[in-house]
Design a binder for this molecule. Structure first.
Ligand code: GLP
Length: 256
């Protein structure tokens, strides 16, 4: 397989393996919090992000105590998405993942690690409320993204145009299958609906960091970088953002 060519404004950072990717991304997140504490981070969940949050917790302990405290106090992040029907008390919710992987290890105030409320009685209204909360906080500064096997970012499933805003979405069967591990391996148990920030909010971020590891993502990453932007591949719209860095390991770039 050819390795992807990064288009115009996009910077490709290749690192040896997922551990190196995690350290690099964690350092960038910490740096962003220290440099621009007034702008919220945009965060993702998923297997790709787990080692990143581990690295972040480790790196935070290496900061001088007062600086670590300042960073905790000023923390503000908005996650991309949440399953409809799952709340913080359900270990399969993204809210619970963030609590386990970020809030507890870093010692953050849970109120400052925000996600859509999967238990809101009206998911459409919750999507509007969440978009308004992001806007009221000044919009996302640095947005971190994982990459779905079908080219989704957040839960922006294909087909998806770049002007789609935060909304209530139905998940593709392939996405439910990809996320089945947290649901006992049963894709049918994965919620069918989710709330996600849209490409509109993602593309409005000041800068974007796409994190991609493992050979299973090589083909979709290559297509996202090389093919003309299209509704069939939501991640391909990232090519139109002026400040995007893709941090990938060798396998995700098709190196054996
Ligand atoms: C999930 C999430 C995304 C995540 C992506 C990749 O379904 N909605 O936010 O970035 O798909 O997940 P993973 O890192 O587990 O491959």
């Amino acid at each position: 397989m050819r390795s992807p060519q990064a288009p115009g404004g996009l910077e490709l950072i290749e690192l040896a393996d997922s551990a190196a990717v995690a350290e690099h991304v964690a350092a960038r997140l910490l740096n962003e919090r220290r440099r621009r504490p007034e702008r919220p981070l945009g965060l993702a969940t998923g297997r790709t992000m787990e080692p990143v949050y581990d690295a972040l917790a480790r790196q935070l302990t290496l900061l001088p105590v007062a600086e670590g405290e300042r960073l905790r106090e000023r923390w503000l992040s908005f996650n991309l998405d949440e399953y409809v029907g799952l709340g913080r008390g359900d270990c399969r919710s993204f809210a619970a993942c963030m609590e386990q992987q970020l809030v507890l290890p870093l010692g953050l105030d849970p109120e400052r690690v925000r996600l859509p409320d999967g238990l809101a009685p009206d998911p459409r209204a919750e999507a509007h409320r969440y978009a308004a909360a992001v806007a009221a906080a000044g919009g996302i500064g640095l947005q971190v993204l994982g990459l779905g096997l079908n080219g989704h970012v957040g839960f922006n499933e294909p087909p998806c145009s770049p002007d789609m805003a935060c909304r209530w979405v139905r998940l593709c069967p392939t996405t439910r299958a990809a996320n089945a591990a947290a649901f006992g391996g049963d894709a049918a148990s994965v919620p069918e609906w989710a709330i996600t920030l849209g490409l509109a909010e993602i593309l409005a971020a000041e800068s974007i960091l796409v994190v991609v590891t493992g050979s299973a993502k090589a083909e979709v990453l290559r297509r996202s970088l090389e093919e003309p932007p299209s509704i069939d591949l939501p991640a391909s719209w990232l090519q139109q953002h002026p400040r995007v860095k893709v941090v990938a390991d060798g396998p995700a770039l098709g190196r054996s």
